[in-house]
Design a protein. Structure first.
Length: 234
């Protein structure tokens, strides 16, 4: 039997991802696919995330809240909607006040509002604290007049592994200073990464942030996911 004549029900297809949606977005191709029980987001051929394990995304939110030292009803800006783990976790915590998510891909927003990812964020999107902004985060932090107590950044695989070249500058001292601009005094910047980056820790400090530290989440592949944190001086 040739490969072209194998029916979709054949066992050979069991481990192949199924493409649920493929779109050409403003920054290239974005794909949502199902692989077994998992949903996966692929951007320009680069694997971004899936629904297998949201521990590090939840840490991103919890570490930011902890760094705010009990500030009442703090506001949070989440950079990147992804599969929705960060948003869902923030909305499930009554201690957060205003929750704003900036996502640049219209397809990702659609998949949450009326698509396969809705099961992960339906309640969070219905929460009156939640606002979804379709925008590029780099442009947003440079242009917005809004300020926040926390900025939780998860739009790439890390400071050294960006989805598009446009994002590279976000992790420079100038880019971190732009992020700090939208933080209230004493506000925290939390940055998700698929691997530790001592160099980025130095960048956070050089950009003027205080209390810089890194928290790790062990993963099966051996290299831990991490959250880099820094606090804007009061």
């Amino acid at each position: 039997m040739s490969a072209s004549s194998v029916p979709p029900s054949h066992p050979a297809f069991a481990d192949r991802p199924e493409v649920l949606d493929r779109r050409e977005g403003p920054y290239g191709e974005v794909v949502l696919r199902r692989h077994g029980e998992l949903l996966q987001i692929i951007a320009n051929g680069c694997f971004l995330m899936d629904t297998s394990d949201g521990r590090s995304e939840r840490l991103l939110i919890d570490a930011a809240l902890s760094a705010l030292d009990g500030r009442p009803t703090p506001s949070v800006l989440i950079g990147g909607l992804g599969v929705g783990f960060s948003l869902a976790h923030a909305a499930a915590d009554p201690r957060w006040g205003r929750i704003t998510v900036v996502e640049r891909e219209p397809a990702v927003i659609d998949w949450h509002r009326a698509g396969p990812l809705a099961e992960f964020t339906r309640e969070a999107l219905a929460d009156p604290r939640t606002e979804i902004v379709q925008a590029d985060l780099v442009a947003y932090v440079n242009e917005t007049c809004a300020t926040y107590d926390a900025l939780c950044l998860d739009i790439d695989n890390g400071p050294g592994w960006t989805v598009t070249e446009d994002n590279d500058g976000l992790y420079s001292e100038t880019g971190i200073a732009s992020c700090a601009r939208v933080l209230n005094p004493g506000g925290v910047l939390a940055v998700w990464s698929a691997k530790p980056s001592p160099e980025f820790e130095g960048t956070l400090g050089n950009a003027g942030l205080h209390r810089v530290r890194t928290e790790e989440v062990p993963v099966a592949r051996g290299v831990p996911d991490v959250v880099h944190l820094g606090v804007r001086p009061g």
